[in-house]
Design a protein around this ligand. Structure first.
Ligand code: GLP
Length: 251
């Protein structure tokens, strides 16, 4: 096990954070295992209570540990990496060995307003299906997804039960929709009371707000606005090396 180096310029709480993270990553402290008490950590590493608390608080904020009042502090489950690919929720969960689920919250057909008409390149007032679903993984709520699809693309989509099925699968098999491009924005947000209740989170918890546009033959066919749990998801992307041009000559 690592040691605190009193001569290091790295703050002691941050060194302890690293030691605890190593224990978690090496599975010496598995998921849901209690970490040693503050008193034990103070004794083992020769640190003050304040320093130990600072390290533990840091890991709680990072989502690596969670506290249960009156019981202690435990190792949290690792977060799921959000795919930056045009995959369906179902495919993504299955690839991780989790059972995908979808609870139909609401579905209706509305008339395209100016924004939707522009996004889908359809006349204002044309029918657009709106499908709201709670997505689950092994029964645990993960996201609220609101998909909008022009009715002309999938006319009787709403006659099909959309609970616990893959929307992309239905679109492909019933309506011949195969997406060939997509784009997505992801931003930080706070869960409003409706989403917080559905996602089983305290109101105002951090969430990730996604907007996806999926295309077929150059036309947008799905606009999805979703709220994902920030305590269960993280983002990872490859970093491209920028092409470095020659430095501009000095004036
Ligand atoms: C992802 C996307 C949604 C899309 C959904 C389809 O979660 N963020 O925009 O609607 O996949 O998933 P499925 O085919 O499992 O219903």
């Amino acid at each position: 096990m690592g040691k605190i180096d009193p001569t290091s310029p790295v703050p002691k709480y941050f060194q302890l954070r690293g030691i605890l993270l190593d224990l978690i990553e090496d599975a010496e402290l598995p998921v849901d295992a209690p970490i040693p008490s503050e008193r034990e950590l103070c004794q083992r590493f020769g640190l003050s209570r304040m320093t130990v608390r600072q390290a533990v608080d840091h890991l709680v904020t990072e989502g690596r540990l969670y506290r249960v009042p009156g019981k202690g502090t435990f190792v949290a489950r690792p977060k799921i990496e959000m795919p930056l690919r045009l995959v369906s929720f179902t495919e993504d969960m299955r690839a991780r060995g989790l059972e995908p689920g979808a609870r139909d919250l609401d579905h209706r057909t509305t008339n395209a307003n100016v924004t939707l008409a522009r996004v889908f390149d359809i006349p204002v007032g044309t029918g657009v299906h709106v499908i709201e679903r709670l997505r689950t993984a092994d029964g645990e709520p993960m996201a609220v997804e609101r998909s909008q699809i022009p009715a002309t693309v999938a006319p009787d989509l709403l006659d099909i039960p959309l609970g616990d099925v893959s929307l992309y699968d239905v679109l492909e098999k019933r309506f011949g929709v195969v997406f060939d491009a997509g784009e997505q924005t992801i931003e930080a947000g706070l869960a409003d009371s409706a989403d917080a209740r559905l996602l089983d989170l305290p109101r105002g918890s951090a969430v990730l707000l996604l907007q996806r546009r999926s295309f077929m033959n150059g036309k947008c066919v799905e606009l999805a606005v979703s709220t994902y749990r920030a305590d269960r998801y993280q983002l990872r992307g490859a970093l491209e090396i920028p092409r470095r041009g020659r430095p501009a000559p000095r004036q």
